[in-house]
Design a protein around this ligand. Structure first.
Ligand SMILES: [Zn+2]
Length: 254
């Protein structure tokens, strides 16, 4: 963010972040501020120590391009490594891909994660269902509203699944067995965009007074996947109506 901001240390031994903004924030910036609070809340500065960068994903913890790629590719995560490989081949916008990667890593600024990082959250309850705490697994997979979205998605694709609440297992539910890599990259894209749309819908409710509508989430996901896939995949030459009516037939054309 290109705004001026001020930080302040209180006391000699305890560091407290005090982010002071020059102007009122736009609604879309409030989400970024929540993420920023989450990022820095666990960090403190100490007098007499020289700053240095560290990277949790490498040993020794020194940042390098290689270590960054290693983290993004899920290296060292055993059986899950191939999922990351599939994930990064999906045909979506990088913005959506990065956000959903944060979901896989449980690094997204849900209310439970914000509280865990020391951020004061007035109401920790999920704004979609109003029934349970807004954790990552709940918001995207366990929530009653999220379940309606996934159910709609599975019906549309003609798939049957137990709709697991673990992100990795949930990602796999749209994996089409022995289908080609290009087909699985599109089915994986559907998963990414549905997760992304749930997050957008959640923010719309919190910051813009939106109304819960699971069909809106599903419809927007349908449209965005079609838009991005037909733009990025040269063999994807099907119409939007065909995509809505017979998605599997469209996938077989790839
Ligand atoms: Zn919920």
């Amino acid at each position: 963010m290109s705004l001026y901001w001020k930080i302040a240390g209180i006391g000699l031994t305890v560091w407290k972040w005090n982010l002071d903004w020059r102007r009122s924030l736009f609604d879309w910036e409030k989400t970024q501020v929540c993420q920023l609070h989450e990022e820095v809340s666990g960090l403190g500065l100490e007098l007499g120590f020289i700053d240095w960068w560290s990277c949790k994903g490498s040993m020794p913890p020194v940042y390098s391009m290689k270590s960054a790629y290693s983290v993004l590719r899920g290296e060292g995560k055993g059986e899950f490594s191939y999922l990351y490989n599939l994930f990064w081949k999906c045909k979506v916008l990088p913005t959506a891909q990065v956000l959903t990667w944060r979901v896989l890593e449980n690094k997204i600024a849900t209310k439970v994660n914000l509280v865990r990082r020391g951020v004061v959250v007035v109401n920790i309850i999920c704004c979609l269902c109003g029934a349970q705490e807004e954790s990552t697994n709940h918001l995207f997979f366990g929530c009653r509203i999220a379940w309606l979205v996934w159910n709609q998605c599975l019906l549309w694709l003609g798939l049957v699944s137990a709709a697991p609440i673990d992100p990795f297992s949930n990602f796999l539910q749209l994996s089409l067995g022995k289908a080609s890599a290009s087909v699985n990259s599109v089915s994986g894209s559907v998963w990414i965009v549905v997760v992304w749309e749930i997050w957008i819908h959640r923010n719309k409710i919190i910051f813009n007074g939106g109304v819960v509508d699971h069909l809106e989430i599903f419809s927007m996901a349908q449209l965005k996947v079609w838009t991005w896939v037909t733009f990025k995949v040269s063999t994807a030459q099907f119409s939007f109506s065909d995509w809505c009516l017979a998605p599997m037939s469209c996938l077989n054309l790839l």
